[in-house]
Design a protein around this ligand. Structure first.
Ligand SMILES: [Zn+2]
Ligand SMILES: [Zn+2]
Ligand SMILES: [Zn+2]
Ligand SMILES: [Zn+2]
Length: 332
């Protein structure tokens, strides 16, 4: 509020001085009634208390306040100021309107924020630099970050607990539905359609596969392989209530008629190459697994068509495939 008289160079006319702060007018306004001039900030603050001119006590309303005359603005514009930090060595001569910006950024201003030159890169007021200790400051930063990380970890743990309890609830719910379905034919029918749908939703996220060597198919997997299949299916997001069914369906006993024995498979080998197969991303040490889903394979003959889906494990000879699945019409 008002420019410091001590910084003004030369003589200042009486009328350029604010009657409230007694410094040089800053953003001046005047009363349209008595023509006394004041700093904008000074008179605003004054008028919170009194609605009179501080000089002659005449009535003063906010609507009386108008910009000062061009003459007064010219007189103010001709004033020169030295910097607040001239005693510290600043030699700048400033016009009124440059004064505030310069002082805030003046290199002689002890509160100017500078970057630590000792390597920590923190931004600190110049006058605190001599007391500044990089290690101490950085330790505080590290402590804050460590605290944040530990809070986040706690949150993750809480969320995991929450999600595993929800998973258990969902599983129970699915058992319940399965029990209902086994006793009600209408529900059974709807349920099968939903199963087919949810398997295909999962399947659509899996890459297509090309089986190069049907000879390396493992048709009677042992229990460690069942476990491997369970793990890769679960990791790939196989619908939970279908998991047991799909794991069971990695053995030839549970495959469609045309796949059940080696002889069947030899006989149908040409047809088998027309399966749309999807690659289940394997664990690093695992064997390649593909799924054959009903929804992808409606073009297959009935004795080779899975009712919902089946899993095939191979020793090797499976690649990812880029192209789209066989159009269903092609083999009808
Ligand atoms: Zn003032
Ligand atoms: Zn007045
Ligand atoms: Zn300066
Ligand atoms: Zn530092």
């Amino acid at each position: 509020m008002g420019f410091d008289m001590n910084c003004i160079v030369g003589h200042v006319d009486e009328e350029l001085i604010c009657p409230i702060c007694t410094d040089v007018l800053e953003e001046p306004v005047q009363s349209s009634q008595c023509e006394h001039a004041y700093c904008r900030a000074c008179i605003d603050k004054w008028m919170l208390q009194k609605q009179i001119c501080p000089v002659d006590r005449s009535a003063l309303l906010a609507s009386h306040l108008v910009p000062v005359s061009r003459l007064m603005r010219n007189m103010l514009g001709r004033l020169k100021m030295k910097c607040t930090f001239s005693q510290s060595g600043c030699t700048q001569m400033l016009a009124l309107e440059e004064f505030r910006t310069h002082v805030a950024a003046c290199e002689h201003n002890p509160k100017v924020v500078v970057e630590c030159s000792k390597g920590c890169g923190m931004k600190i007021p110049k006058d605190e630099m001599s007391r500044h200790n990089c290690v101490f400051e950085l330790r505080e930063v590290v402590e804050t970050v460590v605290k944040e990380v530990s809070d986040l970890k706690q949150k993750v743990t809480d969320l995991e607990a929450q999600s595993s309890s929800q998973r258990r609830e969902l599983e129970l719910f699915q058992y319940y539905i399965a029990a209902l379905r086994s006793t009600n034919p209408v529900l059974r029918n709807i349920g099968e359609q939903l199963d087919r749908f949810s398997l295909m939703q999962w399947g659509n996220g899996l890459r297509l596969a090309t089986v190069n060597s049907w000879g390396s198919l493992i048709s009677t997997p042992d229990s460690p392989m069942h476990l491997m299949v369970r793990n890769v299916l679960r990791a790939s997001g196989c619908p939970m209530h279908m998991l047991n069914m799909m794991v069971d369906h990695c053995h030839e006993d549970r495959w469609p008629e045309g796949l059940m024995t080696l002889d069947d498979r030899r006989e149908n080998q040409r047809r088998m190459s027309q399966y749309v197969t999807r690659l289940v991303p394997g664990l690093v040490t695992g064997k390649p697994c593909v799924v054959v889903l009903a929804g992808d394979n409606t073009h297959m003959p009935e004795n080779l068509r899975p009712s919902l889906g089946l899993v095939m494990i191979f020793v090797d000879g499976v690649d990812e495939r880029a192209q789209q699945p066989w159009p269903d019409t092609e083999f009808v």
